[in-house]
Design a protein around this ligand. Structure first.
Ligand code: ZN
Length: 453
């Protein structure tokens, strides 16, 4: 097999296993035509078509990252050990001091990392760089990553009309590989009327309305002090909860807030690695699923690795809830595979575009090598991929029918050259940002600990 073989405009894939309707099926043929899945049926039913046989490989829909920040990459190794509200001390200072070139470089690097981690779509929450959205779009287009592109529309303390005009222009501007989305960073940074309008515009456009909600204790307390309401209660009171709403984190939810999300049809991006690294709590993912609250997995720009994300999703849920409940199953493997594919696509308003291998949907898929010692013997592939799966098993990443990554490296452009460009620019970009780091690096921490003894 070669990447060229996957580039054909009409292609019948014959994988050993195929992720269909929540289970792995054998003996299936998947016809790809013009960048879309055209038909999915038992292989023997495709008479007269020569299949591309993929022995030892599973065909999976590309993973969807329901929540990330593509322009935070230059700071990713600065956030370890930092207390919860990193955005105040690292992300906002860093992103607001990037120039157009460093916005582009960090977004393209993040896009490459996402593809390497098995993501074919990412939902970007919006860059804090003033004119950054179009630059982020160019970076993801060049990398070949599908992007739901957030535009931050915070209007607290300023006139709403220009913010809404920009929002409408953003919704009208993007389609195809870059789809639009509107965002308010946290509910208290938008006025109630504007948030309601943004959510309504998004619902009309089939785009997600993004915000961060109920992530940290300090954010919940601040909202109660300022508004007398918790963040989800605030969104509800503002009329900004609807089926377009995509709330990142939603870890600290009261039963009443869970009811508000369910009744509004809103979705949640469950970000388990963010919980592990800097959280106060874990989103009750299995409870949300049981209640009918839509959710998908998000990285929140921690690490762009879909297999480790699914593993973290299960592990965080089990430690936070399953230990006390004696729930060893944690929804089983399918729950996490769905949360990382069709669930995340649905949460992002893309259920009719990507996230499943089904006729009419975009041909966004992965070929995953099953012929590895970790999957020997194999009895329950869904669970095995959640707990044993590794991105080094991804032979090919295909987006929109085009091979974008082959054995971890880009097809048609030079990933290592991008890394050299980043290396040449990153130190100056970080040095010029007024970043406040509270936690020493690992070596300094060790010295301090040893001195303390
Ligand atoms: Zn975030």
């Amino acid at each position: 097999m070669t990447p060229e073989a996957l580039s054909a405009d009409r292609l019948l894939l014959a994988p050993a296993r195929c992720w269909l309707d929540g289970a792995f099926a054998a003996g299936m043929g998947v016809l790809v035509e013009g960048g879309r899945f055209a038909a999915v049926a038992p292989l023997h039913s495709f008479e007269g078509l020569e299949p591309l046989r993929l022995p030892g490989h599973a065909l999976l829909p590309g993973f969807v990252d329901a929540h990330t920040h593509l322009t935070q990459g230059f700071g990713k190794a600065l956030a370890f050990g930092e207390p919860s509200e990193i955005f105040r001390r690292i992300w906002v200072p860093l992103e607001s001091h990037l120039d157009e070139e460093t916005v582009f470089l960090s977004a393209k690097l993040a896009a490459l990392e996402a593809l390497r981690g098995g993501f074919t779509t990412v939902v970007d929450a919006g860059t804090r760089h003033e004119t950054g959205a179009a630059i982020v779009a160019r970076a993801t287009q060049e990398a070949g990553l599908r992007c739901v592109l957030g535009l931050i529309c915070n209007d607290a303390g300023q006139e709403a009309a220009p913010v809404l005009a920009r929002a409408e222009a953003h919704l009208a501007r993007w389609s195809g590989m870059v789809r639009p989305s509107l965002a308010v960073s946290i509910p208290e940074l938008g006025t109630d009327a504007t948030m309601a309008r943004l959510a309504a515009l998004c619902l009309e456009a089939g785009a997600p309305f993004q915000t961060h909600a109920n992530e940290h204790l300090v954010a919940v307390e601040r909202s109660i002090v300022a508004r007398g309401l918790r963040p989800v209660e605030h969104l509800h009171a503002a009329g900004a909860l609807n089926p377009a709403a995509l709330l990142a984190h939603a870890t600290l939810l009261t039963p009443r807030e869970l009811g508000m999300l369910r009744d509004a049809g809103a979705a949640v991006a469950y970000c388990p690695v963010a919980t592990q690294w800097k959280g106060n709590a874990a989103a009750p993912a299995l409870l949300m699923g049981e209640m009918g609250i839509r959710f998908g997995l998000g990285t929140d720009a921690t690490r762009a690795d879909a297999f480790r994300l699914m593993d973290a999703g299960e592990a965080v849920s089990r430690v936070a809830y399953g230990l006390a409940q004696g729930d060893f199953s944690q929804g089983a493997g399918w729950t996490w595979l769905e949360a990382a594919t069709s669930g995340a696509a649905d949460a992002a308003g893309m259920g009719a575009v990507a996230g499943r291998i089904a006729p009419g949907l975009a041909a966004d898929y992965l070929l995953v090598d099953l012929d590895v010692p970790e999957l020997m013997p194999s009895r329950d592939l869904a669970w095995e991929l959640v707990r044993f799966g590794n991105r080094d098993q991804i032979t090919a990443v295909v987006v929109d029918g085009v091979p974008r990554l082959w054995r971890g490296w880009p097809v048609g452009w030079d990933g290592r050259s991008l890394m050299r460009e980043v290396a040449a620019r990153v130190e100056a970009a970080v040095a010029k940002a007024p970043i406040v780091k509270l936690h020493a690096d690992s070596a300094a921490h060790r010295s301090a600990v040893r001195r303390g003894r």
